[in-house]
Design a protein around this ligand. Structure first.
Ligand code: GLY
Ligand code: MN
Ligand code: MN
Length: 463
């Protein structure tokens, strides 16, 4: 595997075309704000700024304190004027002429912005940015309120979803770059693993692998020997020879496009027989789910394929007893695989989740409340150009398995004596980034070791 190249920006025309496509879908003006950086502990010490994704999609740059006005006939970028005081600390800001040239759009001062009547918008994620947005549009915008839009803003959201759901060539090029940087990080994590070090040491190597090439993390990395904690964010655990290490780490390009990959590997470089058996169950479920990805297939069906495969594997190992199809219909997969098989991937790691289920669920569909389905973030018919993750898992989670209200009438189908033999497995997840193609699917992250043998060979090996 070779290292990723330094990220290359999308051609200016990508953004010109995207803005035109949005303009054609609007009958009223719309404002998409970039947002403001947040102070960490005092005004001069701030979290790194990352613009709102709807802004990035049409502008491609994390310009702080900016907003894009899109009207049916034109688009205008409103940006902060270069400020000598700010430039003293942070370096030169682009002139309006430079920005206009780079972004292919008319640029004016944000100080001169006046919202046209009835301007639509979708809410920023944090309170400071939402306050900035409220000032610009002249009405109260509630941070993170994208799941509860009024009818007019919802029309804007639907137009954004229509564009962002199916990736154009520029987006796919960005996703490929994110995937390559993510792959490099996983190689580095596998290579760095050995007993006696802490999770933090592996995490550091994984992040270093993409930071060194100009990428950032697309979400808080999960690098843990407690894979049963689905989104574990502690990294102080020590790696013991018999542990499995779960690493869910993704890179993000400077334009904001995400990778999202999980691998699980044995710290010693050798799976135990029980670890290997369960690893094969998850891998088989992932392969079956990926094989099910193609245009027109409903994503809930892909989830079902993975769930059935996990149950079948657990029946074969004797952990579950009964008919796999019947057990799956009764929700048995959720005892060990409580989350959905994946989600949309794009500018956000869970793409457009700021809009609630509006992007993930097709009109007329809504989230089931059943165990195993209530965390399914996507149920659309797949189409070429959509990107999704496929990430089944197996987890031994006490708060599920030790609660009668969770296990319910599946108890007689659970062989706890056999389950106890698999005590050296707490959590396994295998996750790849998958692009739906004209006639099937392409795994963008296929270069990352995944078979049990390939994973074993990569632990402790030089990159
Ligand atoms: N990395 C978060 C997820 O896989 O959904
Ligand atoms: Mn994911
Ligand atoms: Mn992930």
């Amino acid at each position: 595997m070779s290292p990723p190249s330094w990220p290359s920006p999308s051609p200016t025309d990508t953004f010109v075309q995207r803005r035109r496509r949005l303009q054609a879908r609007l009958d009223r003006p719309a404002l998409l704000v970039s947002g403001l950086s947040r102070p960490r502990n005092f005004a001069g010490n701030r979290y790194p700024f990352r613009a709102e994704s709807h802004f990035l999609y049409f502008v491609g740059r994390s310009l702080e304190g900016a907003a894009l006005l899109v009207e049916p006939a034109r688009s205008v970028l409103f940006a902060p004027e270069p400020d000598p005081e700010e430039e003293l600390w942070s370096g030169a800001m682009p002139s309006f002429a430079e920005l206009a040239d780079a972004c292919g759009v008319e640029v004016r001062s944000i100080d001169d912005f006046e919202a046209p009547p009835e301007t639509l918008t979708v809410p920023a994620q944090d309170a400071e940015s939402a306050a900035f947005q409220s000032d610009l549009v002249g009405r109260d915008i509630f941070a993170g309120g994208g799941a509860e839009l009024d009818e007019a803003d919802a029309r804007l959201a639907d137009a954004l979803i229509e564009l962002r759901l199916v990736h154009d060539a520029g987006a796919i090029a960005q996703l490929r770059q994110a995937a390559a940087a993510t792959a490099w990080a996983h190689r580095a994590g596998l290579a760095a693993t050995r007993a006696g070090i802490r999770e933090a040491a592996v995490r550091a190597q994984m992040e270093a692998a993409f930071v060194a090439f100009g990428y950032t993390a697309s979400y808080n990395p999960i690098v843990t020997v407690h894979g049963e904690v689905l989104h574990a964010h502690r990294h102080d655990g020590e790696l013991a020879a018999g542990d499995l290490l779960l690493a869910d780490v993704g890179a993000e390009t400077p334009e904001g496009w995400a990778g999202d990959v999980t691998r699980t590997w044995p710290v010693s470089g050798k799976f135990s027989a029980t670890q290997r058996a369960l690893y094969e169950v998850v891998l088989e479920a992932q392969s079956a789910a990926i094989a099910a990805v193609r245009p027109s297939v409903r994503y809930a069906e892909v989830h079902h394929v993975a769930a059935l495969s996990v149950v079948r594997g657990l029946v074969e190992l004797g952990i579950l007893k009964g008919d796999p199809a019947e057990l799956t219909a009764r929700g048995a997969a959720a005892l060990f695989f409580p989350h959905g098989v994946g989600h949309l991937l794009g500018l956000d790691v869970h793409d457009m989740e700021d809009l609630g289920d509006r992007a993930g669920y097709a009109p007329g569909r809504s989230r089931s409340t059943r165990p195993g389905e209530r965390y399914l973030r996507l149920d659309r018919d797949l189409a070429p150009g959509m990107a999704v993750t496929i990430e089944p898992g197996y987890y031994r989670i006490a708060r599920i398995l030790e609660r009668a209200e969770e296990v319910g009438d599946l108890e007689p189908h659970l062989d706890r004596r056999v389950l106890a033999q698999f005590d050296d497995v707490r959590g396994i997840r295998i996750e790849d980034d998958v692009l739906v193609t004209k006639d099937g699917a392409e795994v963008l992250t296929a270069s990352i070791p995944k078979t049990a043998a390939d994973v074993e060979a990569a632990v402790g090996a030089a990159t």
